[in-house]
Design a protein around this ligand. Sequence first.
Ligand SMILES: CC(=O)Nc1cnc2ccccc2c1
Length: 470
Amino acid sequence: NWTEKKIEKELDRLVEEGLESTAVRPSYLDGPSGTRDFYPPEMRVQNWLFDNFRETAKSFGFQEYDAPVLENVELYKRKAGEEIVDQMYAFTDKEGYHVTLRPEMTPTLARLVLGKTNLQTGEVRLTLPLKWFSIPQCWRFETTQRGRKREHYQWNMDIVGVDHVHAEVELLAAACFFFQRIGIGPDVVGIKVNSRAVLEAVLAKHGIEKGKKDADGGDIFEQVCVIIDKLDKIGGPAVTELLGEIGVGSDSAAEILKALEAPSVEELANQVGTNSEAVNQVKRLFELAEQYGFGDYLIFDASVVRGLAYYTGVVWEAFDRRGELRAIMGGGRYDRLLEKYGGEKCQIPCVGFGFGDCVIMELLKECGKIPDFASSGPDYVVCAFSPDLYGTAANISWKLRQTGATVDLMPTPKKKVAASFKHADQTGARRMVFVAPDEIEKGVVRIKDLRTKDKNGESIQVDCPLDALD
Ligand SMILES: CC(=O)Nc1cnc2ccccc2c1
């Protein structure tokens, strides 16, 4: 009863492990479908990526926060037809609570801010503006067996409490700073920037004004954005069809699709005679990005709306200019989310982005920019020559560690010295400490350099007095 995918996976494993016969393995030895294991080599790359996320966040004065992967399903109740909501990894726990593995982090950020807010007065007990970041693992339960991943880590950066475009600019600057740090220039990636506020003006012209709800309380504008976000994937006719289903006439749909093709924000403004405030914000954003120094990464694109219901203003997404990959990162302004959760006193402006760990790795692989992290290995491998010297070897290791040295204490004395050498070489150690009876008698240990030889190509070793170790 093996599925094609399982057979494929088993064959890949056999090839990788060079096993001839197909040993039958209990299925639980494979992690749950759509999840990844990070063995040390992959973990070194993941840590490199996250270190760059953290260094960038620090450079921009952001502070790290975290929260449980488990959240109440209620936190994500949005009636806009979003895939991310449809595919929640939700379940009922043993006390009957409807919980879910978080599909995204922004609602949790909102929950944390409101946890420090007086909902009656809207007074936030935190010092605004907040610049917070986190690198949470987020989950989805794919409805179709598209074999896609069910988890990813997503670097989240958010600014809470700034209602003007400086917040968007700061976040875009941080994203571009990160790209630069890992060697991805504006020739390789771009960030398409748009404003939903301008699109809102288009819809208002067609009777879909801000905040208009459908029969079961869903916000029409949000639903339109979720549909338009699918344009690249499903094409104009299908979008027109979906818009029709939520009550947007085909002539309005045609106008909307036309607005998405506007080549510049001015053009878009002319086409819709929109309120200049939204347009001016976008213009200001591009001006500031130039002055800031990362303008080359940005491009205006009227078709970008992003697929999350709660965005209200400027939105953006990073893409690879060769156009082979899915969006690398996405973000935008979401000024109404805290009010949605906390009530009308909590009109706190927010902007943020999410940056997944998968697409960026595909891009880095393609560009050959993933550093090679062969294990650097410990400073010392300490080896006891006989079982009764293991305690002495352990104490020597302890002393060496006091000096800040990294020490791999061999678990059991190997039968032959040669085997110990092999182990030491495999660990990539710099030096080897032999704890042997004769030397210990003389109160010394023999330390051998495993990396350099003397002028005759001989190994270099010294007998070090035990009391000179720490
Ligand atoms: C490219 C990719 O793996 N995307 C991905 C993977 N897992 C997710 C899990 C939750 C939400 C979004 C997710 C998105």
